[in-house]
Design a protein around this ligand. Structure first.
Ligand code: BGC
Length: 746
């Protein structure tokens, strides 16, 4: 057994670039907030305290008068509501805030909303943005979302979702940053900063939420809301770090999760919320439950009734009850009966009030609700330009045979075919809050505006439903190139959209085969919120562009890539399997005692007899219209001591004829350790733009933190020994490698 070096810091080496953030006017003074909170708390009744921990949905506010609406309005006026979700727009937020100000203590409401990938201007779905590996672009997307949402009276977004997702059946992988701990943590920080800026208090800074705490992405069999069963070591090593990164970035709130974790609902987990989050990590913000997750503990069979649910959630560290009605109904009586700890209730209220002060709502409850600003910000044309740039950066070129792309300017005729050729709503993806699908640029619009003198034929064959129209397909043969737009509809991924089969739905692969039979090159553009399986297209298409759900400017962004106005540089943030049997799947693989060393010799090896182990497309993979060479790997030291660092450097050269971005990836492997370590773990990356022929020296600093892992006793340790150091263009395309030795303890 090797001696472990214990330490606590978890270092990362990717940098979140400084973003030219718009001014953050008038941050509120924070020095006297604790005193103001205490003064208020002293005046509050038990009912008013429970009220601050009660969050209701305003969804039914726009419809007819209902009993539920009447009750909610009354509750707000009487100070029994601390926050509303699904209320937006200056007019509505002003109206509802005015009701809260009629209450005895005039405590303003917080307005929360799922601003997941844009507000009025829709950006790519988060998984798509993650494929850009461009932290500045991702931060900027969150910034624009915050500008628009805040101008519409919204104080708080329920984003980013930082759940690690390794099972593409789970529809919510669409909302996250994919499968990797390091990439996910880097993106968590970028998104939090984009939403919140450096400090809450500016009128364009909204509170972010790290969700869903925790391990929600590991639902058994990829079925949403399902139980999670995992070792604490895996929890700490893989699922918690992006949450920790969000805390480090100053995230204002957390949301817990619907799932049970090893038998205990996350909503009632003292281990997660009290010991880890508020204890070890010293998180100063508050935790909101997921929608009704407090009351769902009755359905789980964890508590007998709603009162028990309120008691368990409060003990577990859930500060605010989202649409569960458990705190509002039962906390006062539980407190009077001594069944909840009053110090815990006060602590929860304190946390909520502190955020209201930090946002400046006690100084001006309407400060986010300014009609003139709302009008001006929503009309800002720069937001769409940024959305277009982020969308094209998110796209991943999976295949490009015989340099089919970019499309030649000499083409005379382009056929655009498939169910998504003129789609608008689908290009937005799920979790849309304030956009108008009519304003989305379709693929056809984008191609038409880029095609110059080439004739663009829209050939209407669906492929999702019904039979394929052979006559229409034949028309495509007249074109020089066929652009086939396939994928999932917007509502096939997202919450409660788990699929047991992630193949391209309907007859889209058959449509591809029919088009391929025309003999014309087929360029497939795939719209989706998750990795899909599309083996016929993967084998037979001339080129494939994975466009995710790209948002308002989707059609323009795809066309920018197809016509070469943008050189694609997206890299997959999730592994794409060949078949369902490989799922769940990730590049993070542990060495077995029987590894496959030769695909032709798999007897008694850790293999499938009917499928290779390797995925269709690996994590980190993506092509460019240019090529890059890696050379001259140098390590400043072959051996480092516990407090030392080594600098790894290498030369990256653009060996092609176009300017382009490469994402150089650093992977490490601890050869012998007290727990068997993954064969590769991403520990750094750099996205670099190079002109044709240009070379640049890139370097990474490797220190003990990067060599560390969570051991069997849940301690972060770096064990002395040898480490493989690998630099490559993707997790399965390592171009340079060497070995670094970590010496023993001081
Ligand atoms: C989702 C959350 C979301 C909440 C509020 C829940 O169903 O799991 O992610 O923030 O609804 O809309």
């Amino acid at each position: 057994m090797k001696r472990a070096l214990l330490f606590t810091a978890l270092a990362g080496c990717a940098t979140t670039g400084a973003l030219a953030a718009p001014a953050n006017p008038m941050p509120m003074p924070s020095q006297d907030i604790p005193a103001r909170v205490e003064a208020l708390l002293r005046q509050m009744t038990l009912e008013e305290k429970a009220g601050q921990l009660n969050q209701l949905s305003g969804k039914d506010f726009t419809g007819p008068e209902t009993a539920s609406k009447t009750n909610k309005l009354k509750d707000i006026r009487e100070g029994h509501v601390g926050s509303m979700l699904n209320i937006r727009g200056v007019a509505q937020t002003r109206e509802i805030q005015a009701l809260a100000l009629q209450s005895r203590l005039k405590i303003p409401l917080l307005f929360g909303l799922d601003v997941i990938h844009g507000y009025k201007t829709v950006f790519p779905v988060p998984l798509g943005e993650a494929a850009s590996w461009d932290l500045e672009a991702i931060e900027q997307s969150a910034r624009i979302a915050a500008l628009e949402a805040s101008a519409s009276g919204v104080h708080w977004t329920f984003a980013p979702m930082v759940d690690i997702g390794r099972d593409p059946r789970w529809g919510r992988v669409m909302e996250g940053a994919g499968e990797d701990v390091f990439l996910g943590s880097s993106i968590a920080r970028a998104r939090v900063h984009g939403f919140q800026t450096d400090k809450l208090g500016g009128v364009d800074a909204i509170m972010a939420t790290a969700k869903h705490f925790a391990a929600y992405g590991a639902a058994i069999a990829g079925r949403d809301y399902n139980a999670v069963d995992m070792s604490e070591q895996q929890l700490h090593e893989t699922y918690l770090p992006p949450f920790h990164a969000a805390v480090d970035a100053g995230v204002a709130t957390f949301m817990n999760a619907f799932n049970t974790l090893n038998g205990i609902p996350a909503t009632a987990s003292t281990m997660l919320q009290r010991d880890i989050l508020k204890g070890s990590w010293k998180f100063p913000g508050f935790v909101v439950s997921d929608w009704g997750s407090v009351r769902e503990m009755v359905v789980h069979g964890y508590v007998a009734d709603l009162s028990g649910a309120a008691q368990a959630a409060m003990a577990g560290g859930s500060d605010m009850d989202m649409e569960g009605h458990a705190y509002r109904t039962h906390l006062p009586e539980l407190a009077r009966a001594g069944k909840v700890n009053m110090a815990q209730v006060d602590d929860a209220v304190r946390r909520v009030l502190t955020k209201k002060f930090e946002l400046g709502l006690f100084d001006d409850p309407y400060r986010f609700s300014d009609a003139e600003r709302e009008k001006r910000v929503m009309a800002d044309p720069s937001h769409r330009a940024i959305a277009r740039d982020v969308a094209r950066k998110s796209m991943v070129l999976l295949k490009n045979e015989r340099a089919t792309l970019p499309l030649a300017r000499t083409l005379q005729r382009i056929a655009v075919v498939g169910p998504f050729a003129d789609a608008r709503r689908d290009l937005e993806g799920g979790w849309i809050v304030q956009s108008d699908a009519a304003n989305v640029v379709s693929l056809l619009d984008g191609i038409r505006s880029h095609a110059g003198s080439a004739k663009v034929d829209h050939i209407k064959v669906d492929g999702l439903q019904g039979a394929l129209d052979a006559k229409a397909i034949q028309q495509a043969a007249a074109a020089d190139v066929i652009v086939l737009a396939v994928g999932e509809t917007w509502d096939m991924s997202g919450e409660a959209k788990s699929r047991s089969d992630i193949s391209l739905p309907g007859r889209q692969e058959a449509l591809f085969a029919a088009l391929q039979a025309t003999g014309k090159p087929v360029v497939a553009v795939i719209f989706a919120g998750r990795p899909l399986i599309f083996n016929h297209i993967a084998d037979g298409a001339a080129a494939i562009l994975y466009a995710w759900f790209p948002g308002s400017e989707g059609g323009n962004a795809v066309a920018d890539v197809l016509f070469g106005d943008h050189n694609p540089a997206g890299r997959l943030p999730m592994t794409f399997p060949r078949n369902m049997g490989q799922v769940p799947i990730s590049y993070v693989q542990y060495q077995t005692g029987r590894p496959v060393r030769d695909e032709n010799s798999i007897v008694y090896k850790s293999a499938y007899i009917d499928s290779p182990n390797t995925p269709r497309y690996a994590f980190g993979y993506g092509l460019s219209y240019t090529s890059f060479a890696y050379s001259d790997l140098r390590l400043s030291k072959k051996r480092i001591g516990p407090t030392e660092q080594a600098t790894l450097s290498f030369t990256l050269t653009n060996t092609g004829k176009r300017a382009g971005a490469e994402v150089a990836q650093l992977y490490l492997h601890d050869r012998v350790a007290s727990l068997v370590r993954p064969l590769k773990e991403l520990k750094g990356f750099q996205r670099v733009v190079l002109q044709p022929g240009e070379s640049r020296t890139l370097s990474f600093t490797i220190d003990q933190a990067m060599l560390s892992f969570i051991n069997a006793r849940l301690q972060r340790v770096a064990e002395p020994g040898e480490f493989d150091v690998m630099v490559g263009a993707s997790s399965d395309d390592i171009r340079l490698n060497t070995v670094l030795e970590l010496g023993g303890a001081m």
